[in-house]
Write a protein that binds this ligand. Structure first.
Ligand code: FES
Length: 266
């Protein structure tokens, strides 16, 4: 018996065919464009992919939670927050924080309103809205406010509260003869989220493309609010799943009993 290893009987690999005349000399650009198109297509599907939002929000920092209640100090940013920039929000202060108004805050906060004001990450930004008076915005309690994620659940633009109304001429946002908005409106494709008017669930998209997406991708995530004994507004540690505070950039369930008609979903 020989100790030599048997020789392979496999035929040699065929030589690659010659490149046809006129074929592109460099495939890397075509591969890049193909990859670009595939990634772009997948991103448009994100709101429709279960658990994808959870992955993305946690990877972007939106699912972080502070230890204990966080007293709300607005971002130090006069463009966004005017004379309330960098201030602690107190529900008893109807002058600095008047009804039917909005400001930008960060959750979880760095602890410095200046650093928060320079943080461009919309996944940790929330629009704090003091409701119009007819929706309870002058009751001097935590339920005067809602705090919505700044990431639209359609394609991730940043909505803003539109206070326009024609109900109370003494109130911010009054415009005689104008149609009432009082919605959290996205500038990109026109989704509009409820702040609770007409008994609609808070945060539910009423108009625009987000309103025709299936639950839970048809409602904006929000923060749970409370106050300390001095009336300072605070964030209760959120539960970042669709049945509670929602998943940033993905959505939240409304109308399941836990959220109906309430601004504090716990
Ligand atoms: S990204 Fe908000 S409506 Fe499209």
């Amino acid at each position: 018996m020989s100790g030599e290893a048997p020789k392979s009987s496999a035929p040699p690999a065929p030589a690659p065919p010659p490149r046809p005349a006129g074929a592109p000399a460099n495939k890397s650009r075509r591969r890049f464009l193909t990859l670009f198109a595939v990634v772009g297509g997948l991103l448009t599907l994100v709101p429709w992919i279960p658990n994808m939002g959870a992955f993305l929000s946690s990877s972007a920092g939106g699912a972080a939670t502070a230890t204990g209640n966080q007293t709300i100090i607005l971002d130090e940013n006069t463009l966004e927050n005017g004379n309330a920039s960098g201030k602690t929000v107190n529900v008893n202060d109807l002058t600095t924080f008047p009804p039917n108004s909005t400001w930008v805050m960060t959750y979880p906060s760095s602890g410095s309103p200046s650093i928060d004001g320079q943080n461009p990450n919309t996944f940790v930004k929330f629009a704090l809205i003091r409701l119009p008076k007819e929706l309870g915005g002058a009751n001097k309690s935590a339920s005067d406010f809602v705090a919505f994620s700044k990431v639209c659940v359609h394609l991730w633009c940043s909505p803003n509260y539109n206070p326009t109304q024609s109900v109370d001429s003494s109130e911010n946002g009054y415009m005689a003869g104008e149609a009432t908005h009082e919605l959290y409106e996205c500038p990109c494709h026109g989704s509009g989220y409820s702040v609770g008017a007409d008994g609609k669930p808070v945060g539910l998209a009423l108009i625009g493309p987000a309103s025709v997406q299936p639950a839970p991708t048809n409602a904006i995530p929000l923060l749970t609010l409370t106050t300390d004994t001095s009336g300072n507004l605070q964030v209760v540690p959120p539960i970042w799943d669709v049945d509670h505070n929602g998943v940033v950039a993905y959505g939240r369930v409304t109308g399941n009993g836990a959220f109906t008609g309430g601004y504090n979903p716990q």
